[in-house]
Design a protein around this ligand. Structure first.
Ligand code: SAM
Ligand code: DTB
Ligand code: SF4
Length: 319
C-alpha cells in the first residue's frame, strides 16, 4: 500500500475484507518480498524473571499480580552462552534475551547484559534483547556490543493501552523505539491480540506500526497467553480467523518486514498456523519455552514445518 494512502480508513478497509480475499493478496505480497519457504526461528530466554514494577495486565511477571512466577536475579553470562549454544544446535538463527525490568538496569547488571550479547554474537547468531525502556546511552552501548534487534512492543492501540497498563504511557514506548532506531539497532515491535480489545483497537495498532519509518524489521503478533493470577486470566481465546486476518493485514502493510507468529501457538490449531504462514507469517519462536510459559516442542515444530514444505532460515541457508 502506498505510504500516502495510509489512513485509518484504508487500514480498516483492508482489515475488514473477506478473509480469503485478504489472505490471497497477503500471500502475493509475501511471495514478492520473501522466500515463501523460509521461516526465521528465534529462541527466547528469560535472563531476569518476575518481580517487575509495571502493571501490564497480561503479564505473569508483574509484581502486582500473583501468577506463581518466582522472581530471580540476573542469570550468569556463562549460563546464557550455554543456552544460546543449545538453541543454535536446535536450529535457531536468532537468540533473544528478555528481562522483567521497567527500564534496563544500569551499572554491573547492564554490563553483564552487554557481555551476554557478545557471547550470542560469538556463536554466529543474531542477537535480540527486550529489557524495558532505554535511555540513549544504553541504546548506543547495546549497539556497540553487537545487538542486532531490540524488542519493544506497542501491544495495542493508543486508546486501549491505558486499560492494560497504567504505569507507563504509549508515548514512553514510542520514545524508546526512537532511541533504538537512532542507535542503529533494528526494531522488533508488535502487539498482543486477545486482551479484550476491539477490532478498532487492532486497526489502531496496525496503523501505528505501519506509520513507523522505516517499518519495524520484525513485527511480533502475540496471542494472549492467559495466565491464572493475572487480570486477563479469563479472557476467551481469539477467534482463529481474527488471528489470520491480523497477520495478513500486517503483511500487506509492512511488505518487507518479518511478521512473527509469536506467543500463543500452543493453543492454535496447526491448520490455523498453516493459514498464517500462507498469509505472510515468516518467523516463529522455536523452543519449548517462551519467557515463563510453554511453547510447542521443537521436534514437533520441525516436523510440522517440514509437512508444510517450510524450513528454518538456519536450515535454508545450508541448502
Ligand atoms: N519488560 C520488558 C517490556 O515489557 O518491554 C520486556 C519483557 S516483556 C515480557 C515482552 C513482551 O512480551 C511484552 O511487551 C508483551 O507484548 C509480551 N507478553 C508478555 N506477557 C504476555 C502474555 N501473557 N501473552 C502474550 N504476550 C505477552
Ligand atoms: C514478544 O513479542 N513476545 C515474546 C517476546 N516478544 C519477548 C514474549 C512472549 C511472552 C509470553 C508470556 C511468557 O512466556 O511469559
Ligand atoms: Fe514488566 Fe515487561 Fe511484564 Fe510489563 S510486560 S510487567 S514491563 S516484564
Amino acid at each position: 500500500m502506498e505510504i500516502d494512502s495510509l489512513t485509518r480508513d484504508s487500514v480498516a478497509a483492508l482489515y475488514g475484507r473477506g478473509l480469503l480475499d485478504l489472505v490471497y493478496e497477503a500471500a502475493g505480497v509475501h511471495r514478492r518480498h520473501h522466500d515463501p519457504a523460509a521461516v526465521q526461528c528465534a529462541s527466547l530466554l528469560s535472563v531476569k524473571t518476575g518481580g517487575c514494577p509495571e502493571d501490564c495486565a497480561y503479564c505473569p511477571q508483574s509484581a502486582h499480580y500473583r501468577a506463581g512466577v518466582e522472581a530471580t536475579g540476573l542469570m550468569s553470562v556463562q549460563d546464557v552462552a550455554e543456552a544460546a549454544a543449545r538453541a543454535r544446535a536446535g536450529g535457531a538463527d536468532r537468540f533473544c534475551i528478555g528481562a522483567a525490568w521497567r527500564q534496563a538496569a544500569d551499572g554491573p547488571a547492564f554490563d553483564q547484559v552487554l557481555e551476554m550479547i557478545g557471547e550470542i554474537k560469538a556463536l554466529g547468531l543474531e542477537s535480540c534483547a527486550t529489557l524495558g525502556m532505554l535511555d540513549p546511552d544504553q541504546a548506543a552501548r547495546l549497539r556497540e556490543a553487537g545487538l542486532d534487534y531490540y524488542n519493544h512492543n506497542l501491544d495495542t492501540g493508543r486508546d486501549f493501552y491505558e486499560s492494560i497498563i497504567t504505569t507507563r504511557t504509549y508515548d514512553d514506548r514510542l520514545e524508546t523505539l526512537r532511541r533504538v532506531r537512532d542507535a542503529g539497532i533494528k526494531v522488533c515491535c508488535g502487539g498482543i491480540v486477545g486482551m479484550g480489545e476491539s477490532h478498532e483497537d487492532r486497526i489502531d495498532l496496525l496503523l501505528e506500526l505501519a506509520r513507523q519509518r522505516p517499518h519495524p524489521e520484525s513485527v511480533p503478533i502475540n496471542t494472549l497467553v492467559a495466565v491464572r493470577g493475572t487480570p486477563l486470566a479469563d479472557e476467551p481465546a481469539v477467534p482463529w480467523d481474527d488471528v489470520v486476518r491480523i497477520i495478513a493485514t500486517a503483511r500487506i502493510l509492512m511488505p518487507a518486514s518479518k511478521v512473527r507468529l509469536s506467543a500463543g501457538r500452543l493453543r492454535m490449531d496447526e491448520a490455523v498456523q498453516a493459514l498464517c504462514f500462507l498469509a505472510g507469517a515468516n518467523s516463529i519462536f522455536l523452543g519449548d519455552r517462551l519467557l515463563t510459559t510453554p511453547n510447542p516442542e521443537p521436534d514437533a515444530d520441525a516436523e510440522f514445518l517440514e509437512r508444510l514444505g517450510l524450513r528454518g532460515a538456519a536450515a535454508a541457508a545450508r541448502v
